[in-house]
Design a protein around this ligand. Structure first.
Ligand code: SAM
Length: 244
């Protein structure tokens, strides 16, 4: 089975992506743990430690493609009382799971907003921080999402993007390929009963721009001091940029 995303025109891509996340929403968190062997938790913690939300002054944070709230919960916990987090995601099913999880955890400093990363329903220069984790590769026009990130951030604040990257350790690259092409769709089939969605996941990781090219896109959107920090041998990377 081949999902055939390669041939999907840009205008249709979002529809297909929405279909994928609608169908996996209820199993999403379990699948994340299974497929990354829990590693996604460490990666998200590193992301939040780079953000370092201050505990002593108000902090307005925006987590885009925030899905079921994983990153937002960590930001809210790290920042404490004075941190407010907006979770923006295009998919109402993912947001619904996120709202339930927030309620269960008794977290009230969060809001969940249905929104497209490419056209955010927020004003200019209103946020102190922006994160997007495993989201940007799903967005049809990455350059629009980056420009929107730059627009909504206040001067002096930081953009952080956690995304799959290029494995740069000899040996690990082949192991990783074998894992992603064979094991991930299989787990998808067995646990989520949805092989195609996880086939899409693997293909979308393959097609995402290489670290250097992605860093240049972030610069083109207006960010400065752009850096890339690979984690776990380059399975994922955190790109950072500052708005001045
Ligand atoms: N950030 C969460 C995490 O790390 O667990 C969720 C990541 S999930 C792999 C990708 C999310 O991107 C999905 O919830 C999907 O609905 C969302 N998404 C896809 N296209 C989007 C868009 N154009 N704007 C906003 N969110 C989008």
């Amino acid at each position: 089975t081949h999902f055939g995303f390669e041939t999907v025109p840009l205008a249709e891509k979002q529809g297909r992506v929405n279909e994928v996340f609608r169908s996996v929403a209820r199993r999403y968190d379990l699948m994340n743990d299974l497929m990354s062997a829990g590693l996604h938790r460490a990666w998200k913690s590193t992301l939040v430690s780079m953000l370092r939300p201050p505990r002593t002054r108000p902090f307005r944070h925006l987590d885009v493609a925030g899905g079921t709230g994983d990153v937002a919960f960590r930001v809210a916990e790290a920042g404490g009382e004075r941190t407010r987090v907006t979770v923006a995601d295009i998919n109402p099913d993912m947001l619904a799971v996120g709202r339930e999880r927030a309620e269960t955890r008794g977290l009230s400093r969060l809001e969940f907003v249905e929104a497209d990363a490419q056209a955010l329903p927020f004003g200019d220069a209103v946020y102190d921080g922006y994160t997007i984790a495993f989201g940007i590769r799903n967005v049809p026009r990455i350059e629009l999402a980056l420009r929107e990130a730059h627009r909504v951030l206040k001067p002096g604040s930081r953009f952080l993007c956690l995304e799959f990257s290029k494995v740069d350790v000899p040996g690990l690259d082949r192991l990783y390929d074998a894992y992603s092409f064979n094991v991930i769709p299989k787990i998808g089939e067995l646990v989520a009963k949805d092989r195609d969605s996880y086939q899409y996941l693997v293909e979308s990781i393959r097609r995402f721009p290489a670290p250097g090219a992605f860093a240049r896109m972030i610069e083109e959107a207006g960010f400065r001091r752009v850096t890339c920090r690979p984690l776990s041998g380059g399975i994922v990377a955190i790109h950072s940029g500052w708005k001045f």
